[in-house]
Design a protein around this ligand. Structure first.
Ligand SMILES: Cc1ncc(COP(=O)(O)O)c(C=O)c1O
Length: 488
């Protein structure tokens, strides 16, 4: 497919803007560009066709089944888009004074109350814009909490599981803590003897996903909480997998002190490709004074942003947070009402259905019922036919299915991490099972077909090492006959 720059012809335009009669902006000469940017020059129909063709080549949850483990690619009900586009929400200025934004503040206050109920923790900040930013905020809260108790210097280490999502160690490092990793035992739980040896008076806390990235609920979670609290440390819950437990169990009841929630994964917000998202944090009352400022509060029937929070860690995001995500997630929760737990029940049921139908074809490293996702291994195909998890993933694309997450978590060789979500009907799940069975057959009968897959997609097998090491991310004008749009 031609690049838009290759379609460019001098003088063509997709539209025009009337000349303005405003005074020239006074920009210092040193900051002014000498030459305008070299934008492609195309007509409007060519422009629309170009981007429509690109969009057609893309794959998304609206195109087909997307069982990308850990990412919870569920359907986003369209009615939530309607709610987010209501003029009173859509056109609200972020600097609107509180009196003129009562509806929006009311919605945020209600969302906070729901999240407090779901997590079992009373203090909420809606500010963080993603799960990873929630993690960083949570760790900053831990720092502030220990500094306030005079233990700031002493508590310098955070413990994570060896199955942790990559953002966990990254957040720990960004927050200035040292990292200590704990092993997973043969049932997929935290290894308690390894854990006991690593929790000391220097430990600030644990950062854990439960269910873990193996899709397994930690059977020793109460003991884990006792070990950390017994050592004066805190427990942080990476709520990225909350989709598995809503209405069934609450991180606060498990003993966690700080939680982040991925609104875009558990509730509603189209995501993928890095955003946009929402990563509110929920905390125990002892940590509430340190929450980011401002906080949405209610005085009688009036809602306002409270900036008077002397112990707060300050702002972690501009304005009041990712407001569109709040509206969609709130609308999603209201649509379920008191039956919200059905969401998690069906997510877990769907995952166990797939697990039961695939366990004979792929290896199952931890032979237990799973939660909302599960991890298989393609180790058997590799051993018997030289076929890897990557080959399986690429071949699935030929069946019109997005591949699962592969090679994660790191403790499972040739990992295939599968998360169907609750929004899929049985026919789609069965199609996936059929495709996986077919691929396992092909691995034995025609392995080359898998090694060279995908065959039917716009982009076939990439040289992934070269793509990573020599990425081409800008148009090379030197080699192309593209005329600059003019000079100043
Ligand atoms: C277990 C886990 N933790 C944290 C994150 C980070 O969340 P976000 O992508 O919103 O930054 C993810 C994202 O997939 C995750 O799966």
């Amino acid at each position: 497919m031609e690049l838009i720059y290759e379609k460019s012809r001098p003088g063509r335009r997709a539209g025009g803007v009337p000349r303005h009669d405003l005074p020239k902006a006074e920009i210092p000469a040193g900051l002014r560009r000498a030459v305008p940017p070299r934008l492609p020059e195309v007509t409007e129909p060519e422009l629309v066709r170009h981007f429509t063709a690109l969009a057609d080549r893309n794959f998304g949850i609206d195109t087909g089944f997307y069982p990308l483990g850990s990412c919870t690619m569920k359907h986003n009900p369209r009615v939530n888009e309607r709610a987010a586009a209501l003029p009173g929400f859509r056109d609200l200025h972020p600097l609107q004074e509180d009196e003129g934004a009562q509806g929006a503040l009311d919605l945020m206050w209600r969302l906070q109350a729901y999240l407090a109920e779901i997590t079992g923790l009373p203090g909420i900040s809606l500010q963080p814009a993603a799960g990873s930013q929630g993690e960083l905020t949570g760790l900053m809260l831990m720092r502030a909490y220990f500094a306030d108790r005079g233990e700031g210097e002493q508590r310098d280490t955070i413990v994570t599981a060896d199955t942790a999502h990559g953002t966990n160690p990254a957040s720990v490092t960004m927050a200035g803590f040292k990292l200590e990793k704990v092993a997973t035992d043969e049932r997929g739980n935290l290894d308690l003897s390894d854990l006991r040896a690593k929790v000391t008076e220097r430990t600030a806390g644990l950062m854990l996903t439960n269910p873990s990235t193996l899709g397994l609920f930690d059977e020793g979670i109460e003991e884990v909480a006792e070990i950390f609290h017994g050592a004066g440390a805190l427990l942080y819950y990476d709520g990225a997998n909350l989709n598995a437990v809503v209405g069934r169990s609450r991180p606060g009841d498990m003993g966690f002190d700080i939680v982040h929630i991925n609104l875009h994964k558990t509730f509603s917000q189209p995501h993928g490709g890095g955003g946009p998202g929402g990563g509110p944090v929920a905390v125990r009352d002892t940590i509430e004074p340190f929450l980011p400022s401002p906080q949405v509060v209610r005085d009688g029937d009036v809602f306002r942003l409270d900036h008077d929070r002397p112990k707060s860690i300050g702002r972690v995001r501009g304005f009041a947070g990712p407001f569109g995500v709040f509206v969609r997630s709130y609308a999603f929760m209201r649509a379920y009402g008191p039956e919200l737990k059905e969401m998690s029940d069906v997510a877990v049921l769907n995952a166990n259905y797939l697990l039961a139908r695939l366990r004979d074809v792929f290896e199952l490293p931890y032979d237990r019922h799973c939660m909302h996702e599960f991890v298989l291994s393609a180790r058997n195909l590799k051993r018997e036919h030289g076929i890897t998890a990557l080959d399986v993933a690429k071949r699935l694309m030929d069946f019109g299915i997005h591949p699962p997450t592969v090679y994660f978590p790191l403790v499972v060789p040739e990992a295939l991490m599968i998360e169907p979500t609750e929004t899929e009907v049985k026919e789609r799940l069965d199609e996936f099972v059929d495709a996986m069975h077919e691929i396992a057959r092909e691995a034995a009968e025609d392995p080359e077909l898998l090694r060279t897959a995908p065959h039917t997609r716009p982009v076939t097998r990439l040289d992934e090492v070269r793509a990573a090491k020599e990425p081409v991310v800008r148009h090379d004008f030197a080699d192309r006959a593209t005329t600059p749009a003019g000079t100043v």
